[in-house]
Write a protein that binds this ligand. Structure first.
Ligand SMILES: Cc1ncc(COP(=O)(O)O)c(C=O)c1O
Length: 387
């Protein structure tokens, strides 16, 4: 089966492009000595974990479920072959979940001193039996992004990370690392500027820790990313402070490595552009389009009015605003035509929902030879079982 023959809607993971990204990241890890982890919040299609595990050093999780997924699908299957790490950060861990978090994780990062102390008994006991490293998330109070406040952990009033004035010196016993995550889809320069700030404000703690985690948001696999700069910074941190350096990108791992294939079901004439009713939905299948918001790239299309035929791309849900955007084409679009949204591997499958009882798209994988294999199909039961 090739991509023109598959059932729609479907997310199609592009194995070759995933591999291209993984090779870039693996080279950075090798040449700088950093450890690079998959941030599963962006991409958790675990059928690809064996491939990812060959190139990266592990995974990071936003809570118990992602941590468990990495443990079951990445860490365990590689036991005896490669030591992979399982990290987790959550603003607050639930008491009933925390013992299991300790069982599956190697690194646990707390968001406050209160959380660290609240769970101390449990993590100390776990650390006595296995390798478990505990860290604290700091907030450098240094924003480097504009316009996306919901993605800025340094925005005023943020709940994410301990501010310098609240970090005790010496650090509480057992704390072995510091973690910061402040970027979103950014180049090297904002990371460099942020690290300088962290070094200035938190540098006094570096002699007390073993590792520093620089979070995610690094667009390392974009062609214009300054990878040499990144490697230099990592080497500098390792050499000057003798720290293990972690990066936990999500987007960079599966950037441009997937599609959402959809079919035109109807065309509604309006006083503006004709509207294509697709068998996919921004609200259900690509929520970041509305949340961020952003315009997803679409194969063989142009901006509004750039090409001869312009349409508004929308969906079959009831939400008037479930609009993906206005796109133009060289040829007239017909009912039954297929459209291919690009860069749809990240923050798509992990965020979709069944609002309106919309079926979830299949998850497919396009192998290196172009053949497409169906990994997962969903049904009415997936909708019903959650309600
Ligand atoms: C703590 C943490 N680490 C890593 C990431 C991954 O970020 P990205 O997918 O932008 O690389 C995020 C994203 O929100 C995050 O909150």
């Amino acid at each position: 089966m090739n991509i023109t023959e598959i059932a729609t809607p479907a997310y199609v993971i592009d194995e070759q492009k995933l591999l291209d990204n993984l090779k870039i990241l693996s080279d950075i890890a090798k040449e700088s000595g950093a450890k690079i982890l998959l941030a599963q919040k962006a991409f958790s299609a675990y059928s690809t974990y064996p491939l990812i595990a060959e190139y990266l050093q592990g995974a990071t999780a936003s809570g118990l479920y992602e941590a468990r997924l990495a443990y079951e699908e990445m860490i365990k299957p590689f036991e005896g072959k490669k030591k992979l790490e399982n990290h987790v950060f959550e603003p607050a861990f639930k008491d009933e979940e925390f013992p299991l978090v300790c069982e599956v994780a190697d690194h646990i990062v707390f968001n406050s001193i209160a959380q660290l102390e609240h769970h101390r008994n449990v993590w100390e006991k776990a650390a006595a039996k296995k390798l478990l490293s505990v860290g604290l998330r700091i907030n450098p109070e240094f924003s480097t992004q504009e316009g996306h406040e919901i993605y800025d952990p340094c925005a005023p009033g943020s709940r994410l990370g301990i501010r310098k004035e609240n970090l005790p010196n010496p650090l509480p016993s057992g704390v072995e690392g510091l973690h910061f995550h402040t970027l979103c889809e950014q180049g090297f320069e904002p990371l460099e500027a942020t690290f300088k700030e962290v070094e200035q404000d938190f540098g006094e703690f570096f002699a007390q820790i073993k590792w520093i985690n620089l979070g995610g948001g690094h667009h390392i696999t974009k062609t214009d990313y300054d990878r040499e700069g990144l490697k230099e910074l990592i080497r500098y941190i390792k050499e000057k402070y003798n720290l293990e350096v972690y990066l936990e990108p999500g987007e960079a791992i599966a950037l441009d490595a997937g599609y959402l294939v959809t079919e035109v079901m109807d065309i509604v004439e309006t006083e503006n552009y004709p509207v294509l009713i697709l068998d996919t939905s921004a609200a259900c299948h690509m929520p970041d389009v509305l949340e961020m918001p952003y315009r997803p790239p679409l194969k063989d299309s142009g901006l509004c009015d750039e090409k001869e035929y312009t349409y508004r791309l929308s969906s079959r849900t009831c939400l008037a605003g479930d609009v993906i955007g206005d796109y133009s084409f060289d040829k007239e679009i017909k009912i039954g035509d297929r459209l291919i949204f690009e860069d749809m591997a990240i923050y798509s499958m992990v965020k979709n929902n069944t609002f309106n009882g919309m079926p979830l798209p299949d998850i497919d994988i396009m192998h290196k030879d172009g053949s497409v294999e169906v990994i997962k199909k969903f049904s009415y039961e997936d909708f019903k079982s959650r309600l």
